[in-house]
Design a protein around this ligand. Structure first.
Ligand code: 4GN
Length: 235
């Protein structure tokens, strides 16, 4: 999977080079190419923003540099199909594991990270195929949301996680929160690891974990619990 990111702050994407994604990049399972939109401005002062028509506070990113940057990325990819181009925005569809799974099937993905008050609508109409938000809050730029999505999508690309790491995720009860986990020591601050986990009785351990998942989901995420209960209703 090749990620192409249009941004005014390409250095921010060096932060994506952590242990798991770093390993995936070395293995060439993924690549992240952060492209500076400013390199494509035709303005002699390298300006990429301007005032909004109709007035109001703040500046907008102009269409031309973004369009030319997108064109350069598409030419470089050289595919005959249209490449999915995600505008990261609080006005988008809410990102979740299902969207991540769907996007992980693409070979190339382009992200557009906005700044200031946003982007001229006309260039979005020309290049954006998807409008996606990571949650109902506003950040100063689209870079962090793009990194969240890239991280989440990358770990679904075959080979990025070890078998152990992916088996761990797949074993989670579909739609429930994870059960509590413990590592050494057996006693810490007078708190003992639950006996069942030390018993070696695998059926009991599985049953305990499922109960814990159910209880935790009911307490912390009643919305998910309702969905799960409904889905598993037997008539
Ligand atoms: C996306 C972008 C939050 C999200 C953003 C989100 C940058 N904040 N919830 N900020 O996924 C105006 C121009 C705000 C771009 C945008």
């Amino acid at each position: 999977m090749n990620f192409h990111v249009m941004t005014l702050f390409p250095e921010m994407f060096l932060a994506a080079d952590n242990s798991i994604l770093g390993r995936a990049m070395q293995k060439e399972l993924i690549s992240i190419d952060a492209v500076n939109i400013r390199d494509y401005t035709l303005d002699k002062h390298k300006k990429v923003d301007d005032y909004t028509y109709g007035g109001g506070a703040g500046m907008l990113m102009q269409a031309q540099p973004i369009f030319d940057c997108h064109k350069a990325i598409c030419d470089k990819i050289g595919s005959d199909k249209k490449v999915r181009t995600i505008y990261v925005t609080p006005q988008g569809k809410l990102f979740d594991q299902e969207i991540a799974k769907e996007l992980s099937n693409e070979k190339e993905l382009i992200f557009l990270c906005g700044h200031y008050e946003g982007v001229d609508e006309r260039v979005l109409e020309e290049i954006a195929t998807d409008y996606i938000s990571i949650g109902d809050y506003v950040l100063t730029g689209g870079e962090l949301p793009a990194m969240v999505m890239i991280d989440c999508i990358s770990r679904l690309v075959p080979g990025v996680l070890s078998n152990e790491e992916s088996a761990q995720t797949e074993s989670f009860d579909d739609g429930l929160l994870e059960y509590p986990q413990y590592t050494r020591p057996e006693v810490w601050m007078d708190k003992k690891v639950p006996d069942v986990l030390l018993s070696g009785h695998h059926a009991n351990i599985e049953k305990w974990r499922h109960e814990q998942s159910l209880e935790r989901t009911k307490q912390r995420r009643p919305d998910l619990y309702e969905k799960y209960a409904h889905k598993n209703m037997k008539y």
